[in-house]
Design a protein around this ligand. Structure first.
Ligand code: URA
Length: 209
């Protein structure tokens, strides 16, 4: 069974509370999603391997740590996932970016894949799939399917708000994919929205309705 991590860092919790509020406008919403994504990138990269490197300070030679050059990829699920890319890139600027286009059929609530473009060497990379909302889990499962079909094996799912239903569905479909979220909410309403959630993340990020 994959691991679920709910980030309880006070900064993440505080910022999540701001974007949940219905009166938070697009500009602030976007800025804070960006900030939370940076904080989450900091946490999810905690286990990256480091290696020794010999350097010279102005005072002495010394052996210190540097990242061992692990290849990373950030893969947003379009469109709301785009809102988390820049924030993550601030901390891991060498990561490659893939894109997976999914939209949710408003009637069936089922995800439909319409675009997949990934780094060529995706099978060598640690992949961070990003989507602000993990609702039914349908899009995330399909995105992870699409990645595995193209050779990716080391995948983590990073989301701002998750419903227990979505977490269970992803864990059932992809037991090897750890899930990271800033908030684990009560559940889904009859329209597939997370309760209390934050509404439609894509619309709030991009100012659409
Ligand atoms: N997608 C969203 O943007 N919000 C939800 O609450 C559920 C799915």
């Amino acid at each position: 069974m994959s691991k679920l991590t709910v980030f309880d860092h006070p900064l993440i919790q505080h910022k999540l509370t701001i974007i949940r509020q219905k009166d938070t406008g697009t500009k602030v919403f976007r800025e804070i999603v960006d900030e939370i994504a940076s904080l989450m990138a900091y946490e999810v990269t905690r286990t990256l391997p480091v290696e020794d490197v010999e350097i010279e300070t102005p005072v002495a030679k010394t052996v210190q740590k540097q990242l061992a050059g692990k290849k990373l990829a950030i893969v947003p699920i379009l469109r709301a996932g785009l809102g988390m890319v820049d924030g993550m890139m601030k901390l891991i600027p060498a990561a490659r970016i893939g894109h997976i286009g999914m939209y949710r059929d408003e009637e069936t609530l089922e995800p439909v894949e319409y675009f997949v473009k990934l780094p060529e060497d995706i099978e060598q990379r640690d992949v961070f799939v990003v989507d602000p909302m993990l609702a039914t889990g349908g899009s995330a499962i399909m995105a992870i399917d699409a990645l595995k079909k193209r050779g990716a094996t080391k995948i983590k799912l990073i989301t701002l708000v998750a419903a227990p239903e979505g977490v269970e569905a992803v864990q059932a479909a992809h037991a090897d994919v750890d899930i990271f979220t800033a908030g684990l909410d009560q559940g889904l309403n009859e329209h597939g929205y997370i309760i209390p959630g934050l509404g439609d993340a894509g619309d709030r990020l991009f100012g659409t309705h």
